[in-house]
Write a protein that binds this ligand. Structure first.
Ligand code: SF4
Ligand code: SF4
Length: 464
C-alpha cells in the first residue's frame, strides 16, 4: 500500500503512533504500537503526521515508508477492530498448547517469598486417580484442538518430590503425542536440589529443558533459598546444574539480581564453576519482589515499582553480560514486548494449569486459590465453570475503555485476573504499567537494539 495507490486524501494517521521527542534538537522517535515499526523523524515530519496534512509530504519515498509501516493508513481502516480480530485469531489458534501440571505443592525448601507457603499452606500431592483424569483431559483437549505442538511444564511446589507422578504423566503422554504427530516439549521447573539418580535415569531423558532459579550470588542465595533446617541450597544446585548440563540437557537459569554488583558476583561465580563452556546453558534476569502474591495481584503501585526497576537495570545488566563475555548465554527481555495481541499466555485456547487436586486454572499464579478456579477434572471428565467461558470470550473489543485506548496494541487489555480483582469481572481491562512507562520502554529498546543475543526457541515459555 502507498499513497500513490490509495490517494492522499483517503489517508489518516494511525491512532497507535507514539511520538517521543528526544533531548537532541529536531529529533523524535516515532513508534507504532500496532505494527511495531520504530523510526526517527524530524520536527517538521512529526508535525505533518500529527496534523494529518499528508499532502505536504514532498517525497514519494517518505510517503511510502510511512504507509508501509502503518504510520499513515487508509482513511476507512478501523485499527482497533483490526487489533481485536488479531486478538481473537491468536487466542483461538495459539502456536502451541500448554499444560502446566503441578504434581505436588510440597517443597523441601522454605523460601520466605513463596506464595504457596513452601509446601506448608498448600500441601497436596496428586493421587493416581487424579493423574489418570489429568492424562485423559490432556489427551481429549489435544485430540479436539489438534495443535501441531504442545508444551508440558512440570511445576510445583517441587515437582521432583512427586517423581512418580511426573514419570507417570510423561510415560503415557509423550508416546501418545508422538503417535498423534504432535511435537511435545517438556520443561521441568525445579529448585534444582532433588536431582538424584532416579531423576537422571527416569525423567531427564524426557525433558527438553530444565528451569532453575538462583537468588543471587552464593552468599545472598543461601540467605533466601534455604532448606527447612535453615541451611543454604546453592552448592547443591550448582552441582546438579553441572550434572544436568553434562548429560546434555538444556538448562535455563533465572537469575534474581537487584543490583549491578550482585549480578556481577553471580556471573563471576558461574565462571569459577566453569559454566561458560556449556552452550546449553541460558539465563535471563529477574528480581525478587518482596511482597506477597496477594499484593502482587492487587497493588498497582508495587507492580509499577518493579516495572520501573527492571527497565532501569536492563541496560546495566546487558552491559555487564557483554563485559563478562556471557552474551552467548543471555536471553534479555524485550522492553517493547513481543508484538502479540493477547498479553496473557494462559488466555489462549488449550492452555491450562492443573493443580494436584485436578482443579483447572487459567493463571500460573493462582493455582490452589479456589476463587480463581475455572473448572475441575475427575473420573467423569472435566467440568468447566462459567469463569472459563467468561475468559474464553474475553476481548478488549467489548470494553469501551480499551477499544478507544491508544495503548491497546501494546497492552491488549492487560492481565485478566487483575481485571477481575479490580473490577469484579473478566470483561474489563487492567491498565497495568504499559501506558506509564511507554517512553522509558522505547528508550531502553533503542539503547539495546544493536546487541544480538541468542533468542531461545521457546523463550516465551520460560519464566511464565
Ligand atoms: S497474573 Fe495475569 S497475566 Fe500473569 S498468568 Fe496470571 S492472568 Fe495471566
Ligand atoms: S487495559 Fe487500560 S491501558 Fe490497556 S488497553 Fe485497556 S484502557 Fe488501555
Amino acid at each position: 500500500m502507498n499513497l500513490q495507490e490509495t490517494g492522499k486524501k483517503s489517508m489518516k494517521r494511525s491512532r497507535y503512533n507514539h511520538i517521543l521527542p528526544l533531548a537532541e534538537k529536531d529529533t523524535n522517535i516515532l513508534y507504532n504500537m500496532l505494527t511495531g515499526s520504530i523510526m526517527q523523524v524530524d520536527d517538521e515530519l512529526r508535525d505533518i503526521i500529527d496534523n494529518g496534512k499528508f499532502e505536504s509530504i514532498g517525497e514519494e519515498e517518505i510517503q511510502k515508508v510511512l504507509a508501509d509501516n502503518g504510520i499513515i493508513i487508509p482513511g476507512n481502516t478501523d485499527e482497533s477492530e483490526l487489533f481485536c480480530s488479531r486478538y481473537d485469531d491468536e487466542k483461538q489458534n495459539p502456536d502451541y498448547y500448554l499444560f502446566v501440571v503441578l504434581p505436588t505443592f510440597a517443597c523441601n525448601l522454605s523460601c520466605p517469598y513463596c506464595y504457596e507457603g513452601s509446601g506448608e499452606i498448600l500441601t497436596k500431592t496428586m493421587d493416581t486417580a487424579t493423574l489418570k483424569s489429568t492424562i485423559d483431559f490432556i489427551k481429549k483437549t489435544l485430540a479436539e484442538g489438534n495443535p501441531g505442538k504442545v508444551v508440558f511444564k512440570l511445576y510445583g511446589g517441587e515437582p521432583l518430590l512427586a517423581i512418580d507422578i511426573c514419570t507417570g504423566l510423561l510415560d503415557e503422554i509423550i508416546p501418545w503425542c508422538r503417535v498423534q504427530g504432535i511435537q511435545a516439549d517438556v520443561i521441568l521447573q525445579t529448585n534444582g536440589t532433588v536431582i538424584d539418580e532416579k531423576v537422571m535415569k527416569e525423567l531427564v531423558p524426557e525433558i527438553t529443558a530444565v528451569e532453575v532459579t538462583l537468588d543471587g550470588s552464593r552468599e545472598k542465595h543461601n540467605t533466601i533459598r534455604r532448606y527447612k533446617d535453615g541451611s543454604g541450597s546453592y552448592d547443591d544446585i550448582i552441582r546438579n546444574l553441572i550434572l544436568l548440563l553434562d548429560s546434555g540437557v538444556k538448562v535455563v537459569l533465572r537469575i534474581n539480581a537487584d543490583t549491578p554488583a550482585g549480578f556481577t558476583r553471580v556471573l563471576d561465580e558461574m565462571d569459577e564453576f566453569g559454566l561458560k563452556k556449556y552452550q546449553d546453558l541460558l539465563f535471563y534476569t529477574a528480581f525478587i519482589s518482596n511482597y506477597s502474591l496477594s499484593e502482587f495481584l492487587t497493588d498497582n503501585g508495587l507492580c509499577s515499582r518493579d516495572a520501573e526497576k527492571s527497565l532501569e537495570l536492563k541496560m546495566v545488566f546487558d552491559s555487564i553480560v557483554r563485559g563478562k563475555g556471557w552474551q552467548n548465554h543471555y536471553q534479555p527481555y524485550s522492553p517493547l514486548g513481543k508484538q502479540k495481541a493477547v498479553s496473557c499466555n494462559f488466555e489462549k485456547k488449550g492452555r491450562f494449569v492443573i493443580d494436584p487436586s485436578g482443579d483447572l486454572y487459567k493463571c500460573l499464579f493462582c493455582a490452589g486459590m479456589k476463587e480463581f478456579r475455572v473448572g475441575t477434572i475427575g473420573e467423569d471428565g472435566e467440568e468447566l465453570d462459567t469463569a472459563y467461558y467468561d475468559l474464553e470470550k474475553r476481548n478488549p473489543r467489548d470494553f469501551a475503555e480499551c477499544r478507544e485506548c491508544r495503548y491497546l496494541p501494546a497492552c491488549g487489555g492487560g492481565c485478566p485476573v487483575r481485571a477481575l480483582i479490580n473490577n469484579g469481572t473478566y470483561q474489563s481491562g487492567y491498565c497495568g504499567t504499559i501506558p506509564k512507562f511507554m517512553d522509558q520502554r522505547i528508550l531502553v529498546h533503542l539503547q539495546g537494539k544493536h546487541h544480538d543475543y541468542p533468542a531461545g526457541e521457546n523463550d516465551e515459555i520460560f519464566g511464565l
